[in-house]
Write a protein that binds this ligand. Structure first.
Ligand code: AMP
Length: 308
């Protein structure tokens, strides 16, 4: 079985959508990634940090899905990273109202001994200095290093982020962030520029409009499943990344052809995440439901046409 190490925030989120609002609930990039990747059975572990205010029951939830949490430091007298987001009526755009780094501000990550030989490394969204430190602590380069990041780090820590981007194989970002990072409006041009920064593979997520996978001239498009109801998009991007790396970890194949399947796996998992608030839907999701929806994805995109 492959090993998968996941770095990212483990957080409290407060979310407001047109359908309702929550107080502080379980969130964070590493949380969503690990819940999603756990569907593929890799031996996964998280490196992150939380405060003494973080309920032990949340850690237990992760452990129950075979997610190793030895690498989650608990700072007893500190407060957990907190994010508050407000979605607009179309649910495609949101405002970040609060980002309180709290214990993340002084976090020095420690990769647990039994994950130093990890096969796959998923650098989820958090401070690029932490992502870099984790890369440094892994003596033999993993088969694939995937990075997910967001505009917050482009705005605040661009130089450090560029150093990380130079060291990775796959970057997953949304369309707005790809434009910000590259200074190009066309996503094709943006991907070309981002390739030059380091990553051989560039995945650009377009929310309800699917995702694009670029590999130096080759492009693949994965649709998002048209859903009747979207309740809360929080964590969809992380869930996509978790499905992507989870599928790669399970198959062990890092070819472009297999990455196409991984992008579909990611889109499939993300389509569930948005159906309920926070991590709720991911916590009840079954293998059977995932397989059924995978078939819907196939039917959505399959067609026969004669070339004349
Ligand atoms: P997504 O909707 O996929 O972009 O991810 C939302 C999750 O990202 C939430 O659970 C937040 O806790 C987390 N998050 C929000 N802002 C940041 C940030 N600046 N760094 C790391 N994680 C963040």
């Amino acid at each position: 079985m492959s090993k998968l190490l996941i770095v990212g925030t483990v957080a409290f989120d407060a979310i407001e959508t047109p359908f309702g609002k929550t107080d502080k609930i379980l969130g964070g990039a590493a949380t969503y990634i690990s819940l999603s990747a756990s569907q593929f059975g890799a031996e996964s572990g998280i490196v992150s940090v939380v405060g003494g205010d973080f309920p032990k029951a949340y850690i237990t939830k992760l452990n129950e899905r075979n997610i190793n949490t030895d690498g989650i430091e608990i700072v007893e007298d500190g407060k957990t990273f907190f994010w508050k987001g407000l979605y607009h009526n179309d649910l495609n755009s949101r405002d970040t109202l609060i980002t309180d780094l709290n214990v993340l501000a002084d976090f020095n990550p420690v990769v647990p001994e039994n994950f130093k030989d990890t096969d796959f490394l998923m650098l989820g969204n958090l401070h690029p200095a932490v992502q870099m430190e984790v890369i440094k602590q892994i003596p033999v380069r993993p088969k694939l290093v995937v990075l997910d990041t967001m505009n917050f780090w482009m705005d605040n820590t661009l130089d450090e982020l560029m150093e990380v981007i130079a060291k990775i194989d796959v970057i997953t970002i949304n369309d707005e962030e790809a434009r910000q990072l590259s200074g190009e409006y066309s996503l094709v041009k943006a991907a070309q520029k981002i390739h030059k920064m380091g990553p051989k593979f560039v995945v650009i997520k377009k929310g309800e409009h699917g995702a694009l996978l670029f590999n130096n001239g080759d492009v693949f498009f994965a649709p998002a499943l048209p859903l009747e109801e979207v309740f809360d998009p929080t964590g969809a991007g992380d869930t996509f990344a978790g499905g992507f790396i989870g599928y790669i970890s399970k198959t062990g194949d890092i070819s472009f052809e297999n990455m196409k399947r991984a992008v579909i796996a990611g889109s499939n998992l993300a389509s569930f995440c948005v159906e309920k608030f926070g991590t709720e839907r991911m916590e009840t999701l079954t293998h059977d439901e995932i397989q059924k929806r995978l078939l819907q994805f196939k039917l959505l995109t399959q067609f026969d046409i004669e070339l004349s």
